[in-house]
Design a protein around this ligand. Structure first.
Ligand SMILES: [Zn+2]
Length: 258
C-alpha cells in the first residue's frame, strides 16, 4: 500500500482511506486492557515528578518533570495541566476509554514528561505488557515533549510553535493504539498545520474501533474500519515533517518502521 496512490482517489475515497491507522507492534494491533476491539478501558496517567529512566525505550528513555518543557515557553503548571486534561477529554468524549490521573508515577499507564535528551517535538513510546496471552495489550506509554522547542496554548498560525493541547492529544492517540493515517486531515496525521482543532472523523473511527463508542456518540461506530484501519508496515513514512517525528516503538528490538 502506498500513501501516494491515495491522492489520486476522489476526495471522499481518500478521506475514508486515510481516516485512521492502527499501531502495529510486533505484528499485532494494540490497545489497553484487552485485545478485543470495541471493549472499553480505563487508563491511569501521571506526570513525571523526578527523572525517569526507561532503559531500552528508544524514545523517552530519559524523562524529566514536564515543567522543564513548558516553563521556558512561559506556560504555567495550571495551564499545562488544563491543556493535558482537555487533550484526554477529546478521546474520552468519543470512545469508551477513560483516563484517571494518579500520583503514582510508577504504576501510571501513561507517563508524561519532558525529554532529558531533546529531539524532535514530541515522542510517544508504547510498550506491550509481557503476558502469556496470544495477543499482548499495552502495558505502558510514555509521552515526552521537547524542552528545547517553544510551546504555546492555542493556535496562532505560527506553525513553528506547536500548540500543547493538539500535540498532547496527538501523542495520546499513539499512547492508546493509533498510528499516522496520512500527512494531513486528521489529528493523527503527522503534519502540524493548524487546519483543524480536535478529533476528526478518522480519529474518532479509529478510537471507536478500538474501545467502542462513548454512549452518546454511537453514530460514529457505524462507519466501520475501512481500508484505513488496516495496519500497515509503512505507516511511518514522512515523519520528519511534523508532530509525528516521534517514533513509536514497542521495544529496543523493534525494527525501525521507516
Ligand atoms: Zn505522531
Amino acid at each position: 500500500m502506498t500513501l501516494l496512490g491515495c491522492s489520486a482517489a476522489g476526495a471522499e475515497d481518500a478521506k475514508t482511506f486515510l481516516g485512521f491507522r492502527l499501531l502495529d507492534l510486533e505484528n499485532q494491533t494494540v490497545k489497553w486492557r484487552t485485545p478485543t476491539f470495541g471493549r472499553s478501558a480505563i487508563v491511569t496517567y501521571a506526570f513525571a515528578t523526578a527523572p525517569v529512566e526507561t532503559p531500552g525505550s528508544r524514545n523517552c528513555a530519559s524523562m524529566l518533570p514536564p515543567a522543564a518543557a513548558y516553563d521556558a515557553s512561559k506556560i504555567n503548571k495550571r495551564q499545562f495541566r488544563s491543556e493535558v486534561a482537555a487533550a484526554f477529554r477529546m478521546w474520552e468524549k468519543v470512545a469508551d476509554i477513560s483516563f484517571r490521573e494518579t500520583r503514582d508515577t510508577r504504576a501510571a499507564g501513561i507517563l508524561i514528561g519532558a525529554q532529558a535528551r531533546p529531539l524532535g517535538r514530541a515522542f510517544t513510546n508504547v510498550a506491550l505488557k509481557q503476558g502469556t496471552g496470544e495477543k499482548k495489550v499495552i502495558g505502558r506509554s510514555l509521552i515526552c515533549i521537547n524542552p528545547k522547542q517553544p510551546w504555546k496554548v492555542g493556535f496562532d498560525g505560527r506553525l513553528g510553535v506547536y500548540d500543547l493541547r493538539y500535540t498532547i492529544a496527538h501523542e495520546i492517540g499513539h499512547a492508546i493504539g493509533l498510528d499516522h493515517p496520512s500527512a494531513a486531515g486528521q489529528l493523527m496525521s503527522y503534519r502540524y498545520d493548524e487546519k483543524q482543532t480536535g478529533l476528526q472523523p478518522g480519529d474518532i473511527q479509529g478510537a471507536v474501533l478500538l474501545y467502542g463508542p462513548r454512549a452518546n456518540t454511537r453514530r460514529f461506530a457505524t462507519t466501520g474500519a475501512g481500508a484505513g484501519g488496516v495496519p500497515s508496515s509503512d505507516a511511518n513514512r514522512g515523519w520528519p515533517f511534523g508532530i509525528g517525528d516521534g517514533r513509536v516503538t514497542s521495544s529496543p528490538k523493534a525494527i525501525d518502521p521507516r
